[in-house]
Design a protein around this ligand. Structure first.
Ligand code: FE2
Ligand code: FE2
Length: 169
């Protein structure tokens, strides 16, 4: 090992390629979070009906949490010498969280949320893998965010369970 190598870890010149790989994954995560913010604002507003209230309130809370995630991903991109992408680079992908035909179709929303959270969980697991032993700070941050997403998914799986028990999902 050359003198000094490794002293700066992921921020060192020798780690440029690895760092850029991580930055790309973080950019994807950043946009995923922001799209989730859009989808959760939408779906915390549209649904009608007595039983929709719980779902709406829960999504309303999540909006703030997902926005916080986006901001943490942005900050980490910068720390790794990356540039946070602008809105023109954004491509929407959450087909499953578009408004349903009937605004009382709460099951559609619940399933969409589970799919969004599952997508986030899978992407963050990948970042945790890629950062293993090379960027523990990013890994630590993403583990904490992954914990939040697991909590979100579990909550909505519980909502779905209720509808499944009644044969409505
Ligand atoms: Fe999130
Ligand atoms: Fe989430």
């Amino acid at each position: 090992m050359e003198a000094g190598q490794g002293s700066e870890g992921i921020l060192s010149q020798g780690m440029t390629q690895k760092r850029e790989e991580i930055v790309e994954l973080l950019k994807t995560a950043y946009f995923m979070e922001l799209e989730t913010v859009i989808s959760y604002v939408t779906n915390s507003t549209n649904p009608d009906g007595v039983r929709a209230q719980e779902i709406k309130e829960s999504l309303e809370e999540d909006v703030q949490e997902e926005l916080g995630h986006a901001q943490r991903f942005a900050a980490r991109i910068k720390e790794l010498y990356g540039v946070v992408p602008g809105s023109l680079d954004f491509k929407a992908e959450q087909t499953y969280l578009q408004p349903p035909e009937e605004q009382t179709d709460v099951v559609h929303v619940i399933k969409g949320v589970i799919e969004a959270e599952t997508g986030a969980i899978e992407h963050y697991e990948k970042i945790i893998e890629v950062t293993e032993e090379v960027d523990l700070v990013t890994q630590d941050m993403v583990i904490a965010i992954l914990h939040d997403e697991q909590g979100h998914r579990r909550l909505f799986e519980g909502f779905l369970r209720e509808y499944e028990a009644e044969g409505k999902a």
